[in-house]
Design a protein around this ligand. Structure first.
Ligand code: SF4
Length: 66
């Protein structure tokens, strides 16, 4: 059976920002619920590389997120 969501979703700051209405649903739909293998955050998590909470799935930093 294919997983339908990124395994990091529950602990990912993107979930928090999304629930707060700070980021658009497309981030969750396009990455967390579909192509998490393309997510820069996912890649860094898998490799144990530190990355800021404000880093979006495409690797951009959104300094407005809090
Ligand atoms: S932002 Fe990336 S690492 Fe976080 S839950 Fe979504 S796909 Fe996974």
């Amino acid at each position: 059976m294919k997983d339908s969501q990124c395994k990091w979703f529950d602990v990912c700051p993107m979930k928090y920002y999304w629930k707060q209405g700070q980021i658009e649903s497309k981030w969750i739909e396009d990455y967390c619920n579909k192509n998490w293998l393309n997510c820069i955050r996912y890649e860094k998590e898998e490799n144990g590389i530190d990355h800021p909470d404000q880093m979006l799935p495409n690797g951009e930093i959104d300094e407005n997120l809090y």
